[in-house]
Design a protein around this ligand. Structure first.
Ligand SMILES: C[S@@+](CC[C@H](N)C(=O)[O-])C[C@H]1O[C@@H](n2cnc3c(N)ncnc32)[C@H](O)[C@@H]1O
Length: 274
């Protein structure tokens, strides 16, 4: 508990991001990863392998963007820092452990950034005001130098969660919050498609709850039924084995990995809703 409090205090996040709960969520991710490192290892290795497969298609290797730093556990930074001149890793909350770890690679830079562009305006939002519109341009503005490759790793399903919590706490209905959440997800997918370089997407697709006997008790979309590109690879991530939520139920994630903007791959998600 004390360790978590210290990590929370040392986590870098803007005031609006803290207000919406991103620093607390970053510490929670760190704690869960520490508890379940063995159970998460295969998922992290699959993500790292897919990241390396994606960068294999990048002809120019000047700048790589990684979206979703978290604990860094699923990012093959040693390999990527050797392949690219400059590696930019973005996250809305930067754990002190991640900031310390990247120091070993001089060309890897952690950047504090909200890839949706809505968290600042949302923190001022009150019921009755128009909601901020998730923009597909938000990601392009992350850095003036366009990337040669972009990897969005285990980030997509997380993007709407705290914004949806916040607007519901302010009194918005669940249904309206979900419409807002879908717009955030679609803006990210459109933003990725808008890059003029290969893009790798690893994303939670389904949440599956199983009982003690291993039977599925509930299975739902992890992305509010937004369509994802056809996966090239998929696997299961035991994100909360029994004992994490309660002693009866375990939660696993159906993860899907796809490549965009690469020859032969087509995907056109519906236009972002407002
Ligand atoms: C499930 S974690 C995955 C991160 C990392 N790949 C890992 O496995 O440790 C999701 C990450 O998305 C970040 N995140 C959530 N919303 C974000 C936003 N609007 N902009 C940038 N990062 C965001 C969180 O801070 C968190 O580190």
């Amino acid at each position: 508990m004390l360790a978590e409090l210290l990590i929370w205090a040392g986590t870098q996040a803007t005031r609006p991001a803290r207000q919406l709960g991103y620093a607390k969520a970053a510490v929670s991710l760190w704690s869960r990863r520490r508890r379940w490192a063995r159970e998460w290892a295969e998922h992290e290795a699959n993500t790292r392998d897919f990241a390396l497969m994606t960068v294999g298609a990048c002809r120019r290797r000047d700048t790589l963007w990684l979206l979703g730093a978290g604990t860094l556990a699923d990012l093959p930074l040693a390999e990527l820092s050797a392949l690219f001149r400059h590696v930019l890793v973005f996250d809305i909350a930067l754990l002190p452990q991640a900031r310390a770890a990247v120091k070993r690679w001089p060309n890897v830079e952690l950047r504090l950034a909200d890839v949706t562009g809505i968290v600042g305006p949302l923190s001022e939002w009150r019921l009755g005001m128009p909601l901020p519109i998730p923009s597909i341009e938000a990601m392009r503005d992350l850095d003036p130098v366009p990337p040669d490759c972009v990897l969005s790793l285990n980030l997509l399903s997380q993007l709407p969660l705290l914004p949806m919590d916040y607007v519901q706490r302010q009194g918005l209905t669940v249904q309206a919050a979900e419409t807002f959440g879908r717009a955030i997800l679609q803006a990210h997918l459109h933003g990725l498609l808008g890059f003029d370089c290969p893009v790798g997407l690893v994303a939670d697709a389904r949440r599956i709850w199983r009982n003690r006997a291993g039977e599925v008790v509930l299975s739902e979309s992890a992305v509010l039924d937004v369509s994802l590109p056809a996966p090239e690879k998929s696997w299961f991530w035991p994100v909360a084995p029994r004992g994490e939520i309660d002693n009866e139920t375990g939660l696993e994630i159906g993860v899907e990995a796809s490549r965009l903007n690469t020859a032969g791959v087509t995907f056109s998600p519906p236009a972002p809703t407002q």
